[in-house]
Design a protein around this ligand. Structure first.
Ligand code: PGA
Length: 231
């Protein structure tokens, strides 16, 4: 499997900033035989960015999905709304959604079902506190269609990235509970540390270091095995 490097923009950027980010990318420096870059913009930018992202050979992810199908759910974005946009992945269960939007394991499980209905792969964010309960809230036949990201809350957005030993330990627990599904890490990933995480994982979820196009390209190059010192 190629290494997934997912840019999780969260609630950052206006449409013009998102378009400028893409226009500034030096994409000739990205080797798509080694990495698959994925952009996860805010909902309103999925449609306008989709043609450009697809043309680059990159992938698109949604940061969220409604736990309900299409219908009378005002304000929710259903799997049906997201069709036709070439969305390959849906991020679910991020700690920010669990904390600020009170999302439970059960709700995340419903979102996983809706992401699968869309034909996308759910990327489930968990940490030490949510791994076992999230697994318990899911049907086992659903698990092998998902990916799991280890996102320790104390490592998000603060430069306090997890040790490789912690990532290895967590990976072992994930494979016990979920089986041999793709495993990713997220939490203060940058161009300096991405290489070591990719030794142990199938990819990384990148917040802060994905917000500036040039920095994200540096990170992709580091992910391809180019030392940041050579950039
Ligand atoms: P960070 O965010 O890279 O800023 O730590 C990661 C995430 O929340 O997915």
């Amino acid at each position: 499997m190629k290494k997934l490097v997912i840019a999780n923009w969260k609630s950052n950027k206006s449409l013009s900033q998102a378009e400028e980010w893409l226009a500034n990318l030096k994409t000739d420096q990205v080797d798509l035989n080694i990495v698959t870059p994925v952009i996860a913009p805010a909902y309103p930018f999925l449609a306008p960015l989709s043609p450009t992202v697809t043309k680059l050979g990159w992938q698109l992810a949604a940061q969220n999905i409604s736990p309900f199908p299409s219908g009378s759910y005002t304000g929710a974005v259903s799997n049906h709304n997201l069709k036709d946009l070439a969305i390959k992945y849906v991020i679910v269960g991020h700690s920010e959604r669990r904390k600020y939007f009170n999302e439970t394991d059960q709700l995340v499980s419903q979102k996983i079902d809706q992401a699968l209905e869309l034909g996308a792969t759910p990327i489930i964010c968990v940490d030490e506190n949510t791994l076992a309960s999230q697994a318990a809230a899911m049907a086992s036949e659903v698990m092998d269609r998902c990916m799991v990201v280890y996102e320790p809350v104390g490592s998000i957005g603060n430069g306090n990235n997890a040790s490789l030993a912690d990532v290895q330990q967590f990976k072992a627990k994930v494979s016990q509970l979920f089986g041999p599904i793709p495993f990713l890490y997220g939490g203060s990933v940058d161009e300096q540390n991405v290489g070591e995480y990719l030794l142990e994982t199938d990819g990384v979820l990148v917040g802060t270091a994905s917000l500036v196009a040039a920095q994200f390209i540096n990170l992709l190059q580091a992910a391809q095995g180019v030392s940041p010192a050579d950039l």
